[in-house]
Design a protein around this ligand. Structure first.
Ligand SMILES: [Zn+2]
Length: 102
């Protein structure tokens, strides 16, 4: 048998290639408010799920945090499911558009 092949696996898939959405980093995401349909697009340099938590609970400079703070009806309906990954950050400039209307 060619046991040396076991060490020469650089061309094989690595389990690390399969990253759940919540652990993706450097992504462009869209927020869609479940209460009123307002939308915002942002960029996460860290983990996607971390950025989502900041928007929902911590980041006082976030448009989304401010929006939810201003509208209890929206706050009650919104959670992580309002966020979706659009693309990776390299295309952010092309996707950058703000449609926040409320
Ligand atoms: Zn809203």
């Amino acid at each position: 048998m060619y046991r040396k092949d076991l060490q020469n696996d650089s061309t094989m898939f690595s389990p690390k290639d399969f990253v759940p959405d919540s652990l993706e980093s450097c992504v462009v995401y869209r927020f869609t408010c479940a209460g009123c349909g307002a939308r915002d697009i942002g960029e996460a340099n860290g983990h996607f799920s971390t950025r989502v938590n900041e928007h929902l609970f911590q980041d006082k400079n976030s448009h989304i945090f401010k929006h939810l703070g201003a509208s209890k009806g929206c706050r009650d309906k919104c959670d992580i499911s309002c966020f979706g990954i659009l693309d990776h950050a390299s295309t952010y400039s092309r996707l950058k558009e703000r449609e926040f209307s409320c």
